[in-house]
Design a protein around this ligand. Structure first.
Ligand code: NDP
Length: 238
């Protein structure tokens, strides 16, 4: 039974990851910020433990990691999923928008890695998966700050993988394309349909399809994979 912590597990991709690891019999902890009811319902459904922790807050993050490490003092799996988007042209994006996105999407994974890696190094094992985006591989119009934050996640992952490989710790990144979650709820149906037509597999992805890849990356079948960015995008190239 592995000790697993997933950030941002109350909804969307994170909730699918919680379900996946819980179904495999792992000891699962997940964080949330605003969606308390959903977090409680998911905890009841899966047996996972919900922890209220703001990914952008050092104290919250460190407390969540200490709790998930348990008495053994180490995490086996850390999935850094919590993230927010901001839609708007650069000229309409304020400093506060920039700060909020960067603190959640970049500082969050950094602070969590910093807190979890000492235990993983000590035990000489562990697995971390970050979540970037297709927009971190190629910037999106009207999502400049989000794109920049997700590009930073890729570099953070690659650097962490190099630092951690000698200690037997693997760090990989998943870069989803368009996944049908609340994050994309602002898109009108017509826009979602047009988007689906652009995607070679003809549809948006599901949270479960991303969770499956994350689960694989944390398993023995991926033991020779580290420092990589795995696209989960239905063949979509922008
Ligand atoms: P959702 O908006 O559906 O869910 C976001 C999750 O992150 C929620 O559980 C939310 O918790 C949590 N969260 C947000 N901010 C914080 C915070 N400060 N502290 C703790 N938890 C937080 O997003 P998705 O499931 O779609 O996205 C998950 C990840 O995948 C994100 O990193 C996103 O950037 C990335 N991604 C998504 C794509 C998509 O098309 N959907 C495409 C590419 C990447 P709560 O509601 O409790 O605040």
């Amino acid at each position: 039974m592995r000790n697993v912590l997933i950030t941002g597990g109350s909804r969307g991709i994170g909730a699918a990851v919680v379900r996946k690891f819980a179904a495999a019999g792992d000891r699962v902890y997940f964080t949330y910020l605003h969606s308390e009811e959903k977090a409680r319902a998911l905890a009841t459904e899966t047996g996972a433990t919900a922890l209220r922790a703001d990914a952008a807050c050092r104290e919250d993050t460190e407390a969540a990691i200490r709790q998930a490490e348990g008495e053994g003092g180490v995490l086996d799996v850390l999935v850094l999923n919590a993230g927010i988007s901001h839609v708007g042209m650069i000229m309409d994006t304020g400093d506060e928008d920039f700060r909020r996105v960067m603190e959640t999407n970049v500082y969050g994974p950094f602070a969590a890695m910093r807190a979890a890696l000492p235990g993983m190094f000590w035990r000489r094992s562990g697995c971390i998966v970050t979540i970037s985006s297709i927009w971190g591989q190629r910037g999106a119009s009207c999502e400049a700050v989000y794109s920049a934050s997700k590009a930073a996640v890729i570099a953070l992952t690659q650097a962490a993988a190099l630092e951690a490989a000698g200690a037997g710790v693997r760090v990989n990144c998943v870069a989803p394309g368009a996944i049908d979650t609340e994050m994309n709820d602002h898109l009108p149906k017509a826009e979602k349909d047009a988007l689906s037509e652009e995607i070679p597999l003809g549809r948006m992805g599901t949270p479960e399809e991303v969770a499956d890849v994350i689960f694989f990356l944390c398993g023995d079948g991926a033991r020779y994979i580290t420092g990589n960015v795995i696209p989960v995008n239905g063949g979509w190239r922008t």
